[in-house]
Design a protein around this ligand. Structure first.
Ligand code: AMP
Length: 215
């Protein structure tokens, strides 16, 4: 059983790296942001509660986040373990998490802020299947269309310059201290997120003493 947390600023590749790690190792990728986005797109009650907060780039309240995480992990569909992405994002969430679950490692993707801005503002998303694109490094084959399902791509509503600045401020003020907390427990593996995705994945595997990626 392997339980990892993946952390890093917006656009550092948490989603992509989590998927690469999970696919081969049979781990479950739990992205709190994806759970919220699914709820917004499907007009659920939870979606209505978080939509405005998310669009402004603000953080959703801890009680709501904790109940979503608890409910998701209580499904126990993660026999081989999980990678949790986008959580914990502040001290209180970290305490809640550490009280309830043992962690095997924290993957910290490091990316300078100018690169964050460049990546995030060119990010596109398929609202149908969840596939992520980047107009710089990972363009769709047909402009504006998902390679997997052909659906029209969108820009995340929180990928605007204003919302990005708000999320960066939150990250620096609230999430960095969580890293320090994990660092004291010697969980943290710092990974340079600038190279291409496969190289970053290889560095993660190496740091976690896992077999290198196949293919
Ligand atoms: P992400 O995809 O991880 O960037 O998350 C998108 C948005 O979902 C964030 O900007 C927050 O509004 C909300 N969110 C995701 N995870 C959390 C969390 N752990 N705590 C509070 N809000 C969160």
């Amino acid at each position: 059983m392997r339980k990892y947390v993946i952390m890093g600023v917006q656009g550092s590749g948490k989603g992509t790296q989590s998927e690469l790690l999970c696919n081969e190792l049979n781990l479950v990728h739990i992205s709190v942001g994806d759970i919220f986005r699914w709820n917004v797109q499907n007009h659920t009650k939870l979606g209505a509660q978080v939509r405005r907060i998310m669009n402004a780039g603000d953080l959703v309240g801890d009680d709501l986040v904790e109940s979503v995480v608890r409910e998701r992990l209580d499904r126990h569909d993660w026999n081989y373990g999980f990678v949790i992405d986008g959580f914990p994002r502040n001290g209180r969430q970290a305490e809640f998490f550490m009280e309830s679950y043992d962690i095997d490692g924290v993957i910290h993707l490091e990316l300078p802020e100018d690169e964050v801005r460049r990546r995030v503002l060119s990010r596109r998303l398929c609202p149908n299947c969840g596939m992520d694109y980047n107009l710089i490094a990972d363009r769709p084959k047909q402009e504006g269309r998902c390679d997997i399902c052909g659906h029209q791509l969108i820009t995340r509503e929180d990928d605007t310059p204003e919302a990005l600045e708000s999320r960066l401020a939150d990250y620096n003020e609230k999430t960095r201290p969580v890293l320090d907390l994990f660092r004291r427990k010697e969980f943290v593996h710092d990974i340079d997120a600038r190279p291409p995705a496969e190289k970053v994945q290889a560095a993660i595997r190496d740091a976690l003493h896992l077999p290198p990626p196949r293919g």
